[in-house]
Each structure stands twice: as C-alpha cells, then as structure tokens.
Design a protein around this ligand. Structure first.
Ligand code: MRU
Length: 358
C-alpha cells in the first residue's frame, strides 16, 4: 500500500528551498494558491499566529525551520548569538498555545543545539534536524494511513460513509495527512462510499481545505454545516468519525478543533466509531489529563464578522478554538507507533515506550 500512497501524495503546504521557508497561504485557499517566502523566525511566528500555516504537525515543522532562519540571522549579526536566538524561541513558542507539536519541535531544535560538537557547523546541524522533523512526519503519515485502514477493515470491508472535522490532511502536515491520510488510503482501498466534511466554523477548514483536498483527489465528499453531524450519523449510515489531534495527554484525552468533543458524544449515542489519528509528536505525556491542556481563545471578530463584514448582533462572542474529548469517548488512537484501542493511561504509557514502527 505504501507505494500507492506515495503516488497519491500530491498536495504540499510547506517547502524548504534554498535556505528559505515557503508556505502555501491557507487563508486564501481554495480560491487562490499563493506561496509566501519567510527568512526570519519572527516572520514564521507571525505566519503561525495568523494561520498562514495551521494544523498541529505543520505548525511544528514550520517552527523548526523558523529556528534555522533565526540562527542564521543571529549568527550573521555576531555577538552572543545563542542568547539572541532565545528571543526567536520565545516568539515561536508564543505563536499558538494548544498544538504540542510546536513545543515538541522547538525542544528538538534546542536539544540539537545542546549536542553541537566542537567545530560542527551550527546551521548545517539545525537544518538537518528540521528536515528530519519534516521527513519523519511524512513517514509517520504513511504508517498511520496503513494502520487506520487496517482498523476500518477489521470492522467492515465494505465501502462506507465517514465523517471528518476541520482539516487533518496534507495541508496540516508534512505529508499525506493524519485523519485525512487514513481517509485517502481507505478510498484507495475501496473502503469509502462518501466522506462528510464538517465545514468547521469559524475558519472553515472543512469547507475550504478538507473539501478542496478531497475534490482534488476525486474522493466523493459532501460538505455539511457542523450542526448536521448528528443528523448525518442517524440518516446516512456513518460508520466512523475520523479526526486529527492537537494534543493528547497521558490519560488519552484529546484536544482537537472546537466541535470535536460534541461529535464524540453524538457518535457514542449513535454507535458510530470514533478514531483519532495523530503522530506521537502530538502526545504530551507531561500532562495527565485534558483539563491541563491550554485552550486557545481567538478574537471574537472571527465569529462576529464574515469576510470583514459584520453579521452578528452587537454582542460579546466567545471563541475557544479547541476542545477536549475525554478518552472514554474514543474507540482508537492511531499513531505511527501503533494503535491504542479504548485508550487509558496504562495503554498510552505502553504505546510511548514503543519504538516507531517504520
Ligand atoms: O486551528 P487549526 O486549523 O490549526 O486546527 C487544526 C486542527 O484542529 C487539526 O485537526 C489538528 O491540528 C490536526 S492536523 C493533522
């Protein structure tokens, strides 16, 4: 299956070329495909904050390249470049709070710096580390896609209706996608009759990004308002809800795009299976439970306005952009290290003690 998946890997959102980071501006998709070039860590932090790049693994990969850019600038400026680089680490870490992949990638870059040998080229070492983070995410996507397909097939080998939320596809990762990677692979294996894509208010990652990715690849997809999910589960024979994650705790609780929690509650009511697909860089064993996950709140104008035009009454808006699904509502967490069914603390600890499968 790996070769078929690689052949289907077409969409990219991140490119590192000639020492510059290129990002596909996801705010403009699907109407415009505009690439932007970044030469400094502060600019990359701004791109993450402003959602030019989004999706947990993609944020982590971009931040890693941001450190390379920061180091290059600081070294060129002379003086105490290590102290100056701390400002870049701070700017990148302050860009968004929920996806742990960002902090995981920054930690890896920091550790690489700490391991530098006498006379070793700083920039070459950091660049190799960032490229390694990017490449290993791509590999992890392929492994998860295969594991997710096996899980779907274990329950039924027939074409089936799947529902997804937000965008956990190629645009959100370094490769094939997490949740959307499983869905894509399931389509290639003849296991998909139709995908229902929640539009995902207020940023419309489902309408703009997931629908675009699936249409580009010829996967049958219908777009629905977020509030239609329960009705679709009841009337369209949805067999799986498949979503990505921004942070998974030691207990197996999952933070993901706002609306994921209510999907899991509704899925349980309808006997629909609930799968979370995420690389182990999304697992934060330092937090025991979901209550400890910082939940990003964004500007209320994201709800009050559409395309810069006011649509709501004169009212205060509350705009948490992630929520936490408790482990006991989750059937399976699929990672590149393996699959955890009915997650709990013991199973998460065992998973994290394993080596990568690939
Ligand atoms: O606000 P976003 O678009 O960065 O939120 C993205 C999500 O919630 C995704 O589901 C998650 O990051 C997984 S992406 C593989």
């Amino acid at each position: 299956m790996r070769e078929r998946l690689l052949a289907a890997e077409k969409i990219k959102a991140i490119e590192w070329r000639d020492g510059t980071l290129h990002l596909l501006d996801q705010r403009l998709l699907p109407l415009e495909e505009t690439w932007r070039a970044y030469d400094s860590a502060v600019e990359v932090a701004g791109a993450i904050r402003d959602m030019v790049v989004r999706g947990a693994p993609a944020i982590g990969i971009s931040a890693a390249y941001g450190v390379v850019l920061g180091a290059r600038q600081r070294l060129a400026a002379g003086g105490d470049w290590r102290a100056a680089l701390e400002e870049d680490f701070r700017a990148l870490a302050g860009s968004r709070p929920t996806a742990v992949n960002l902090f995981w990638a920054l930690d890896r870059m920091r550790e690489r710096l700490a391991r530098l040998k006498e006379g070793e080229g700083v920039l070459a070492a950091l660049e190799a580390e960032a490229v390694g983070i990017h490449e290993s995410d791509r590999e992890a996507n392929l492994t998860m896609a295969q594991l997710g397909v096996e899980l779907i097939r274990k329950h039924s080998g027939n074409p089936q209706a799947l529902l997804t939320h937000c965008n956990a596809g190629a645009l959100a990762t370094g490769g094939f996608g997490t949740a959307l990677g499983v869905i894509r692979a399931a389509w290639l294996e003849g296991l998909v009759e139709r995908v229902y894509a929640d539009e995902t208010r207020p940023w419309l990652q489902g309408a703009r990004l997931t629908a675009w990715e699936l249409v580009e690849e010829g996967v049958p997809v219908s777009l629905n308002v977020d509030g239609a999910a329960a009705h679709l589960m009841k009337t369209k024979g949805v067999s799986w809800v498949i979503v990505g994650a921004d942070r998974i705790t030691a207990d197996g609780d999952v933070a993901n795009k706002i609306g994921t929690y209510q999907l899991a509650v509704v899925a349980m009511h309808h006997g629909v299976r609930f799968m979370v697909v995420a690389p182990s860089s999304t697992i934060d064993m330092s937090l025991q439970s979901g209550e400890e996950i910082p939940i990003e709140e964004r500007d209320g104008r994201e709800l009050l306005e559409i395309g810069g035009k006011r649509v709501a009454a004169s009212v205060e808006a509350v705009n948490p952009v992630f929520d936490v699904t408790p482990a006991d509502l989750i059937d399976a967490i699929v990672t590149e290290r393996g699959v955890v069914e009915r997650p709990n603390a013991a199973k998460m600890a065992e998973l994290m003690s394993r080596k990568r499968l690939h």
